[in-house]
Ligand binder design. Structure first.
Ligand code: NAD
Length: 305
């Protein structure tokens, strides 16, 4: 039977350390780190994500602001808002909550955020740096997966890992962290990493996961990972979050990609949904925000981004 990773507890530990670090920083610099979210339109899921992030930020001593734009905002007007935030020295971290409406080009929007304020790590410069194994702002979900694996404490060098999902914001950065060089030369995990996606046949996926030491699923497909697809003792990290809306109560709930009840009997470690990767991801966002503030105050550290 698996050890179930308590993501809430892991996140609380990170946040309490962060709170202490921020208190020290504020006492020394008289500056309060600030995170600004840009929210376009009225997507209920996006509203709730931003709320969760901002609430957590306030708790650790990060000042917050949410800039709201109408669904119909033009590309020029949105870029102007982002450029103003880039130029505002009081703002240390900027996140544009995705998805943006279809008429706005997501890549252009992500690239508009100054790399040193890009706490989501979606700017082309930061992604490029991650690909090159250089210090950068790493996307928060990938950092969360990394943190969880490090917390488990098993050796990952030379182990085999499978990532389900190849999105540029989630699956790909996770695969980059898993496969890349670790130790002094980089922040990677040195695992032999296979990326699966929507065109990977299910039997092929099962063959790959069955021999994997680490499985990270970020597909958004409930019950994609079943008990009979797991090697005994494997680490199974469930990034997937499919939002289900109860039509009678109008309440939202989330399910992951992993058939938890089956997998928990076979895996060595498994993360639940909710209460697994999600809270750790929020904690990583705030760590990135503090890091951004620190770097902006210490130009000598500029090579850290
Ligand atoms: P996305 O829709 O952009 O990408 C989904 C990926 O899954 C695609 O690359 C697709 O090829 C792949 N895929 C689809 N069906 C598959 C299958 N049968 N087998 C293998 N791969 C398959 O979504 P995203 O933005 O990458 O997010 C992925 C999931 O992670 C979503 O459920 C999302 O809600 C969740 N998410 C969670 C967190 C968190 O903090 N826990 C953060 C971001 C995203």
């Amino acid at each position: 039977i698996s050890q179930v990773i308590d993501g809430k507890k892991l996140a609380e530990d990170v946040l309490s350390q962060l709170k202490t670090d921020i208190e020290k920083y504020v006492a020394q610099t008289k500056l309060t780190p600030k995170l600004t979210a840009v929210l376009v339109g009225k997507n209920a899921a996006s509203e709730s994500y931003v709320k969760i992030k901002m609430k957590a930020a306030k708790k650790v001593g990060i000042a917050t602001e949410t800039v709201r734009c109408p669904e119909s905002v033009s590309e020029d007007d949105l870029l102007k808002i982002i450029h103003e935030l880039n130029a505002n020295p009081k703002v240390n971290g900027i996140l544009v909550q995705l998805p943006v409406p279809n008429h706005l080009p997501e890549r252009v929007v992500c690239n508009a955020v100054a790399p040193e304020k890009d706490v989501d790590g979606f700017n082309i410069t930061n992604i490029g740096r991650l690909c090159l194994n250089l210090k950068t702002m790493v996307p928060c979900t990938a950092l969360a997966v990394y943190h969880i694996i490090r917390h488990i404490g098993v050796q990952t060098l030379g182990k085999s890992a499978v990532v389900c999902g190849r999105s540029k914001n989630v699956g790909m950065p996770i695969a980059l962290m898993l496969h890349s060089q670790g130790g002094a030369k980089g922040g990677g995990l040195d695992a032999t990493t296979t990326i699966c996606h929507r065109f990977t046949p299910q039997n092929e996926l099962a063959k790959l996961t069955k021999s994997a030491d680490i499985i990270v699923s970020a597909a958004g497909v409930p019950k994609l990972i079943r008990g009979d697809m797991i090697k005994e003792g494997a680490i199974v990290i469930d990034v997937g979050m499919t939002r289900l809306l109860d039509e009678t109560t109008n309440k939202a709930s989330f399910v992951g990609d992993v058939d938890f009840d089956e997998v928990v009997k076979i895996a060595g470690y498994v993360t639940p949904v909710p209460g697994g990767v999600g809270p750790v991801t929020v904690a990583m966002l705030l760590k990135n925000t503090f890091r951004a503030a620190f770097i902006q105050q210490n130009p000598l550290y500029i090579n850290m981004i």
